[in-house]
Design a protein around this ligand. Structure first.
Ligand SMILES: [Zn+2]
Length: 309
């Protein structure tokens, strides 16, 4: 959260939110249209596939942040990426954060998924006027040549695991693949689609990830990975098809569904939490503030106007 009177408070509040003290009150749920995570398994090759479509959730989040088209593209890809990561959560209160720090104009992002399927997050820069309206943005221009991705898995009060990887030729999908390869020693192939209309609302936020387990068919996986790489080059159109069509495209037409779960945009911020945050400021300091101040949650873009007295 940030408040309108001082950078030090901004970071204090940001840290306060980021520690992910999970409380169940204050969640707000919205549409689940086009918000679904589905798992598949191809029995013959043992290759597992996860497909996440969070287009509606990305739309709600981008609208709340007033993101411009270019930033929304990357918010959509990041959200699809973290939704794929969230498929690994073993409990509903487990949270997975996916963070990028990059030298390009976007600056990076921080997104989060929970085992319950809730999604939230932000891009560091929300409007990129130099890129908006100029057609499909180039990763190298928006993100820069390199990037550092970090993934943290946690449950309330405890970090379960974390890993950071640096990538050249930075793309959101390559960050996810490199994390699995280097930090987890697991072989995956990822394609992510994210694009937005002129109004900044994502028209697609979707991802596919295939994994070859240690006992999987390596030759088949090489073919699947090559097809996913091809999909990734035109992901915005190539991924905008049914799951069955996608599975056929990557050569796993006979993969069987192993379960589906809803995804939704939700945040843990609330008026009570905003008020509690202000109450933690020393009384003398609060006296110097105006009667009310706006507290904006940077994870969802919501603003709470709370009294300072
Ligand atoms: Zn929030």
């Amino acid at each position: 959260m940030k408040c309108n009177y001082g950078a030090d408070k901004f970071f204090l509040f940001a840290a306060w939110l980021s520690v992910s003290i999970q409380i169940n009150r204050g969640m707000w749920y919205n549409s689940r249209m086009q918000n679904e995570l589905t798992r598949y398994l191809d029995h013959e090759t043992r290759i597992a596939v996860v497909i996440a479509d969070c287009t509606a959730a990305a739309g709600e989040l981008a609208r709340a942040h007033l993101s411009g088209p270019t930033a929304s593209c990357y918010l959509a890809r990041a959200l699809a990426g973290v939704a794929l990561l969230g498929s690994e959560a073993s409990t509903s209160d487990e949270a997975v954060t996916f963070k990028l720090d990059c030298p390009g104009p976007l600056g990076g992002f921080l997104v989060e998924a929970t085992g319950a399927g809730t999604l939230r997050g932000y891009t560091k820069i929300k409007v990129l006027n130099d890129f908006d309206g100029m057609g499909a943005p180039k990763d190298s221009s928006v993100l820069g040549p390199t990037g550092t991705f970090e993934v943290v898995r946690s449950v309330p009060g405890k970090i379960l695991a974390s890993g950071a990887v640096a990538v050249d030729k930075c793309t959101v999908a390559s960050g996810l693949e490199t994390y699995f390869t280097q930090s987890l020693q697991r072989r995956v192939a990822v394609a992510l689609a994210g694009t937005a209309g002129d109004d900044g609302v994502p028209t697609i936020a979707k991802g596919i990830m295939a994994e070859c387990p240690p006992d999987g068919d390596e030759k088949s996986f090489a073919n699947v990975a090559a097809e996913i790489t091809l999909l990734g080059r035109k992901a915005e159109t190539a991924l905008a098809v049914s799951d069955r069509n996608l599975l056929s495209k990557i050569g796993l037409a006979h993969a069987e569904p192993r379960g589906e779960s809803p995804l939704s945009f939700a945040c843990r911020c609330s008026r009570e939490r905003a008020e509690a945050m202000l109450a933690a400021i020393p009384v003398e300091e609060r006296k110097s503030l105006p009667p009310t101040i706006d507290v904006t949650c940077h994870m969802c873009g919501r603003t709470w106007t709370v009294p300072t007295a």
